[in-house]
Design a protein around this ligand. Structure first.
Ligand code: GLA
Length: 358
């Protein structure tokens, strides 16, 4: 018999407060048969919590965020959020498409970051319950109107969250447009597999032979640089903290890791691109994606001023992000894979976060 305190596997919903204008926000709980649980709210499609077992079976929340909606509304450096229309930076917030130049909302020094002032992380997504091969799923829809944050074309976006019984949380993105535009969507969770402290002792492995070096505004220079012999070589699982303060130009420009890695697999194939593990808890997080890049960010801009879940102050490097995506600032680099989406085409991108222990 089912204990009322431990709801069955499946998806349930509850209210999660209101926006200042009264719009209600809902939170959905996805639970699998092992008790793994993901909570996602309709504001920003934010992954609010992700409970993962350690090697002794104890569940811990491995993502940063807030206990209440208020925190996300007041200040959210993209904790758990869906990011778009264009994840990462676009230099000068301008790009040219089919001979027309568009100006985007500027929100990061001279650049446009993560969709602008009100990106997909700050909008209400329309929820629907659905079924995918692995079980129940939460579909979130958003219509980004032509001109929003400066982007051309009405963009219809669907993001589907599903949690399978092999302890993998899957996020599928789909988008289509009625005018040529640019699209680069990702999930921006901040992970800490120990559920406390910093992530310097976590091990990281990234399937990338090259990365894209940046300038002082974190805009790629256009170079595709081999990781070999640099602090960016994560072919072998390496402690994140081992080289994070090395006297090296790119590490200094990023204040640690805040770089796009060029993953080795061919675009469109859903492969394992990275694996993080934490020796103390035994938790392992494998990340799968079908896009050509992944931004590895070590929370360098967290400065202790944000108080998150259970009153925890979030300090630099208390979490890492692995954001599967196209390369940053793609419109200005003809040698980067194109992020242009045309009418009649469908943008598709899948990410899997697979949890296990050792
Ligand atoms: C991305 C960027 C970082 C930072 C975070 C959000 O990962 O690459 O520089 O802006 O988002 O704070």
């Amino acid at each position: 018999m089912q204990n009322s305190k431990t709801p069955a596997a499946g998806i349930t919903s509850a209210p999660f407060g209101n926006l200042p204008d009264g719009t209600p926000v809902a939170i959905y709980t996805l639970k699998n048969s092992n008790g793994v649980e993901a909570r996602v709210c309709t504001y920003g499609g934010i992954l609010v919590s992700l409970l993962a077992p350690d090697r002794n079976g104890n569940l811990g929340d491995i993502v940063l965020g807030y206990d209440h909606l208020r925190g996300y509304l007041e200040k959210n450096p993209y904790f758990g959020a869906l990011v778009g229309r264009c994840a990462n930076r676009i230099a000068g917030g301008r790009f040219t498409l089919e001979d027309k130049t568009y100006s985007l909302a500027i929100n990061n020094g001279p650049n446009s970051l993560h969709g602008g002032l009100k990106g997909f992380d700050k909008v209400i997504w329309q929820p629907t319950l659905a079924h995918v091969a692995t079980g129940p799923a939460l579909e979130l829809f958003y219509l980004s109107k032509a001109g929003e944050e400066g982007y051309p074309g009405n963009l219809e976006v669907k993001t589907t969250y599903s949690l399978a019984d092999d302890n993998s949380l899957r996020v599928d993105f789909e988008a289509s447009t009625d005018q040529p535009t640019i699209v680069n969507l990702t999930q921006h969770s901040y992970f800490n597999l120990a559920c406390q402290g910093d992530i310097l002792g976590h091990q990281m492995q990234i399937e990338a032979d090259r990365f894209t070096p940046v300038d002082s505004n974190l805009i790629p220079t256009g170079e595709l640089r081999p990781v070999r012999g640099t602090p960016f070589d994560f072919h072998q699982a390496t402690t994140i903290g081992a080289r994070i303060d090395q006297d090296e130009e790119q590490i200094k420009l990023g204040h640690g890791y805040d770089h796009n890695f060029i993953v080795n697999h061919p675009m469109g194939r859903l492969d394992r691109i990275a694996c993080a593990s934490e020796p103390g808890s035994g938790r392992i997080l494998e990340v799968f994606s079908d896009l050509p890049g992944v931004q590895f960010y070590t929370g360098n801009f967290l400065n202790g001023t944000i108080t998150g879940k259970a009153g925890t102050a979030y300090h630099p490097r208390c979490a890492f992000c692995l954001e599967p995506q196209f390369f940053p600032d793609s419109p200005h680099h003809p040698n980067f894979p194109s992020i242009v989406l045309k009418p009649g085409q469908t943008y598709r991108h899948s990410v899997i976060y697979k949890l296990s222990t050792k």
